[in-house]
Design a protein around this ligand. Structure first.
Ligand code: NAD
Length: 461
């Protein structure tokens, strides 16, 4: 991977800063045009991007289109449809003590934004925040993951082909490059990636108090309660977990299954996996690969053959790890230490829901949480007792596919939200303006003619 030189990075940043300050990205037409160009660019380079996703992660065309490309078109359409309304300033009647006067809330772009992406959904997670950045009137520097190098190259080609680098450019490289980027006085940093690197980004941003969004990861549980429809639970959990070979930030990391349905659930999950990927998933065109040997080795270390319920086959050369489940696993097992981020599902048995619920907050706040249950009281109890980024009832992963649901983490799973209108909001500063008439100057707070404290206390109480 080529590391872009520091001089080149600075040159790119300076030209974007100058361009932004010229006001060329501010107007409605300019923003609309950038969004339309983005859609046209993705369309033009669609087959190359899909090819690259297959090369990097073994993604099938179906998976690449539905999880990465199609979702971007939907987001761009939504953004274009609501752009005028999102940009419109909101007139406000000021509080009584500030009358006579008028007030306005205006959304203002930050300026030059830096969007750092991970390798697991390298197209979607790079370009989805960009939609918000453009809609809000910013310029953007993209930093793809060096691990998904074919996709990084395709994105670079696409941007070079379709955009003026003053509005959008791609900087490629590894840690050194990202560190140089983080040293720039950019106006906003949008980072998607791991918790440890999120901390590095936050530390770097703190030097200039640069505002940031952190879209991180964590261990996301899925509850399967006695009232769950087990056929549906098995299918939806298998899909959420083994899609993209488990390398999904919102994949169910582990399952908490009530003892009374454990055997039946495991049996149905096993059958579902065979239905989805055949008895030899190595041959399945619908089953992907681990990103690289480092991550393969990390996962291989966690594999626990003595607890295998199914799966367990692996091949380092082809970066293949079969869809695998382990159980019953207990809370102290190494699989329960960190985010797994691979096709290994530990299944824990619980007897008492209250006890199971208590265990989750002993760990960092999850990015997602799912409940499979037909019992409203159980669902409510789980939802109210545990803090997590977002999630689903009787479904997995799908909440991220909505333009109407803000997506983001909480606590160590991240800060800030995007998707749909939230993408516009996250890349905009909220600027409040109060206008006072000049014909009349009551001066009620001026030292020489102010009103009595008694009067103030009557109004401000
Ligand atoms: P990562 O944190 O290793 O890398 C993300 C980006 O940071 C890459 O562009 C990489 O080049 C850069 N980077 C890596 N090390 C760096 C360092 N020391 N200094 C500066 N920059 C550095 O994450 P990843 O392995 O690419 O992705 C997997 C993680 O991302 C998982 O934890 C997953 O849960 C999380 N994730 C979160 C979301 C979300 O939307 N919340 C989405 C996808 C992935």
């Amino acid at each position: 991977m080529i590391e872009t030189t520091k001089q080149e990075i600075e040159r790119r940043f300076n030209e974007q800063q100058e361009y932004f300050r010229s006001g060329k990205t501010l107007g409605y037409q300019a923003r609309k045009s950038l969004l339309k160009t983005l859609k046209a660019a993705i369309k033009k380079h669609e087959s190359k991007l899909i090819e690259a996703l297959n090369k990097d992660l073994g993604k099938s065309e179906f998976e690449a289109y539905s999880n990465e490309i199609g979702i971007l078109y939907k987001e761009i359409n939504h953004s274009l449809k609501h752009l005028r309304r999102s940009m419109r300033p909101r007139n406000i009647t000021p509080d009584l003590h500030l009358l006579p006067g008028s007030a306005r809330i205006q959304k203002e772009p930050y300026g030059v934004t830096l969007i750092i992406a991970p390798w697991n959904y390298p197209v979607q997670l790079q370009l989805s925040p960009l939609i918000g950045a453009f809609a809000a009137g910013n310029t953007a520097i993209l930093k793809p993951s060096e691990l998904s190098s074919a996709t990084a190259q395709s994105l670079t080609d696409m941007v070079k082909d379709c955009f003026d680098p003053k509005a959008l450019c791609v900087i490629n490289g590894g840690i050194e490059t990202t560190s140089s980027l983080l040293g720039l006085p950019v106006d906003y940093i949008f980072f998607t990636g791991s918790v440890p690197v999120g901390k590095i980004v936050m530390k770097a941003a703190s030097k200039r108090l640069t505002p940031i969004t952190l879209e991180l990861g964590g261990k996301s549980p899925v509850f399967v309660t006695p009232s769950a429809k087990l056929d549906t639970a098995a299918k939806r959990i298998a899909w959420g977990k083994y899609n993209n070979t488990g390398q999904t930030c919102v994949a169910p990391d582990y399952a908490l299954v009530h003892r009374s349905v454990y055997d039946e659930f495991v049996d149905k999950l096993k059958k579902t996996v065979a239905l989805f990927y055949g008895t030899n998933p190595l041959q399945s065109p619908d089953y992907g690969r681990i990103i690289n040997q480092r991550h393969f080795d990390r996962l291989a270390e966690m594999m626990t053959p003595e607890l295998a319920l199914f799966g367990g086959e692996r091949d380092r050369e082809s970066l293949f790890i079969a869809p695998t489940a382990y159980g019953p696993v207990d809370w102290s097992h190494p699989l329960m230490a960190d985010e797994i981020f691979g096709p290994l599902l530990p299944i824990l048995i619980y007897d008492d829901l209250d006890q199971a619920i208590k265990e989750v907050p002993n760990r960092p706040k999850p990015l997602a949480l799912y409940v499979f249950s037909q019992d409203k009281q159980e669902i409510k109890k789980i939802d109210r007792s545990i803090s997590f980024g977002g999630g689903g009832i009787n479904c997995t992963v799908l909440h991220v596919a909505s333009t109407k649901l803000p997506f983001g983490g909480v606590g160590s799973s991240g800060m800030g939200h995007y998707h749909g209108e939230s993408s516009f909001q996250v890349f905009s500063h909220t600027k409040s303006m109060l206008k006072q008439p000049t014909l009349l100057d009551l001066g009620l707070a001026y030292p020489h003619k102010r009103i009595s404290l008694k009067m103030v206390k009557r109004v401000l109480r």
